[in-house]
Design a protein around this ligand. Structure first.
Ligand SMILES: Cc1ncc(COP(=O)(O)O)c(C=O)c1O
Length: 370
């Protein structure tokens, strides 16, 4: 029942949506209750059960989750929020829109997650929150990051890490998930915030709904509610999530088999796949590579294989041109060399072989494709 790649194209990302999700949506449509009702409540309870956090608050997107979390931590003008320079722009935007100053730290070359040494170097007395991102689904070393900024609250951006970021593995006060359609589990658009702090959970629920308390509006809030339709899909997807992640790890294994001997390509860190959800599969060309990143992209696209240049570092986006206070060489290098390859649970072994063949053909005959 899942949407298939059109023609012989291999899609970058395809959501795995089946009959159960269709039936869940129909059930809600026929119920007469479309927003913030029993499906949302059940989804939150089931997310708590699955992750081990004490509270889960469903919201309209991963970006809404980040912004709401910063507001719940009372972040505002005068605060510095530290984010990795190599992350999707939503992480920085949430901090900026909360009124804080965005401070950028570099990432580690092997994992592309926050580098604790860089965190220590840019942390100041005004740094109230650090946002470690579990980049592309690989869990960051949050205890080490937290130790590098001991006075700051930790807000984990687990947009790409649903299914592996659990209470046991988490050291943040709040953890934010995204259910955008490119993520391992999806609700179309959607997000979740987890915490084991009851007071924060209460404030998140209030801010999600215009700042309304039991009796009256207690502070200015948002409409970041999740729809019943999204929650009903999310409940099915949550049950299927372990299977999706297993399949993504299998796909990552197929890529590694097909590409690991190419010394001009850096593959994702898969030393312990139990720490990786493989929300995306991002490869990087080495500095001495015989082909450029652009040639790699062109080759794949000409073979009807969807791909994308990797994340552009935050400070290379117009609104953040002034945010780099220290050199950020690893983020810049990753920004120049990374490529998203197709990654989803509908990929077949033959698809992955075709992607690998296409990549290998770039150096075929040059003596570099061994
Ligand atoms: C690291 C990271 N943070 C935040 C977000 C924002 O999530 P959403 O698209 O659900 O708003 C994303 C989405 O791709 C992301 O990759």
């Amino acid at each position: 029942m899942s949407p298939k790649a059109s023609g012989s194209a291999i899609r970058l990302s395809v959501p795995s949506i089946g009959l159960e999700e269709e039936q869940a949506v129909l059930r809600v449509l026929r119920s007469g209750r479309l927003v913030q009702g029993p499906e949302v409540e059940a989804f939150e309870a089931e997310f708590v059960e699955a992750t081990g956090f004490e509270h889960a608050v469903a919201v309209s997107s991963g970006t809404a989750a980040l912004l709401l979390s910063l507001r719940a931590l009372s972040v505002g003008p005068g605060d510095e929020v530290l984010v990795p320079a190599y992350t999707f722009i939503a992480t920085a935007n949430a901090a900026r829109l909360a009124g804080a100053t965005v401070v950028l730290a570099d990432v580690l070359p092997d994992t592309l997650n926050l580098d604790p040494e860089s965190v220590a170097a840019v942390t100041s007395s005004g740094t109230t929150v650090v946002i470690p991102v579990h980049q592309f689904g690989l869990l960051a070393d949050v205890p080490a990051i937290s130790a590098a900024a001991p006075r700051a609250s930790i807000l984990e951006d687990a947009a790409c890490a649903a299914g592996i970021c659990t209470a046991q593995r988490s050291a943040g006060r709040l953890t934010c998930f995204s259910f955008h359609s490119r993520k391992a589990m999806t609700t179309g658009e959607g997000g979740m915030i987890t915490t084991s702090d009851s007071e924060l959970a209460r404030r998140l629920r209030r801010l999600r709904q215009h700042g309304m308390g039991e009796e009256e509006v207690e502070e200015a809030g948002y409409n970041f509610r999740m729809s019943e339709l999204a929650a009903a899909i999310g409940r099915v997807q949550l049950r299927r999530l372990p299977g999706f992640i297993e399949k993504r790890r299998q796909v990552a294994g197929w890529y590694a088999e097909g590409l690991r001997d190419l010394d001009w390509l850096i593959l994702p860190d898969s030393s312990d796949t139990s720490w990786h959800a493989f929300q995306s599969y991002v490869v990087r060309t080495t500095s001495g590579a015989p082909v450029t990143r652009e040639q790699l992209i062109e080759q794949l696209r000409s073979a009807a294989i969807e791909c994308q240049p990797g994340v552009r570092p935050v400070h290379q986006h117009k609104p953040y041109g002034e945010s780099a206070k220290t050199p950020l060489p690893v983020s810049e290098e990753a920004g120049n060399t990374s490529v998203f390859l197709p990654m989803h649970a509908e990929l077949k072994r033959e698809d992955v072989k075709r992607v690998c063949r296409s990549i290998r053909s770039l150096t075929l005959g040059s003596g570099l494709d061994t």
